[in-house]
Design a protein around this ligand. Structure first.
Ligand code: HEC
Length: 133
């Protein structure tokens, strides 16, 4: 029966180690839900965008929603700027994105950004961290 305490210690350690991972997974799952319900319509499935050329204005002179998956410009911005875009949208700057300030909770805003960042290729995320981390 000597093995028993060791087994318990091992189990306890395993549970402790997986807790942050579980919380992170939960955070990302929330972010995915928030994205699909609020952003996907414009920014596309997995934030890939919905138009071929997001840098070309529409017929009405407005820019389409850019991809947010690391292929466009979003990764150049720090966390504060990204949160600011979610809060204020693009309308004050002549764009068309609606404001989400009172639509999403602070937790949901952070979760959706975490989800978006989870779609970035590793080199893009590393470059972002280098700039903004
Ligand atoms: C009605 C369409 C629409 C919806 C819904 C929408 N967006 Fe946008 N988004 C845009 C457009 C269009 C732009 C480009 C700026 C502008 O015209 O307002 C943009 C820009 C952005 C940017 C800046 C990208 C960059 O390269 O600087 C971020 C970040 C962003 N959106 C995140 C989100 C998130 C997160 C959601 C959901 C909570 C969301 N958007 C919902 C249309 C939308």
């Amino acid at each position: 029966m000597k093995a028993m305490p060791l087994l318990l210690v091992t189990l306890a350690l395993a549970v402790c180690n997986s807790a942050p991972v579980a919380a992170q997974n939960q955070h990302l799952a929330t972010g995915k839900q928030v994205f699909e319900a609020n952003c996907q319509e414009c920014h596309g499935i997995k934030a890939r965008g919905v138009v071929k050329d997001w840098q070309k204005p529409d017929a009405d002179g407005k820019y389409p929603a850019p991809p947010l998956n690391g292929s466009a410009h979003a990764w150049h911005h720090d966390m504060k700027t990204l949160l600011g875009t979610i809060n204020r949208g693009g309308i004050p700057l002549g764009g068309t994105m609606p404001a989400f300030k009172d639509v999403l909770t602070e937790e949901e805003k952070k979760a959706v950004l975490a989800y978006i960042q989870s779609l970035w290729p590793k080199d893009i995320y590393d470059a972002w961290k280098e700039r903004n981390g």
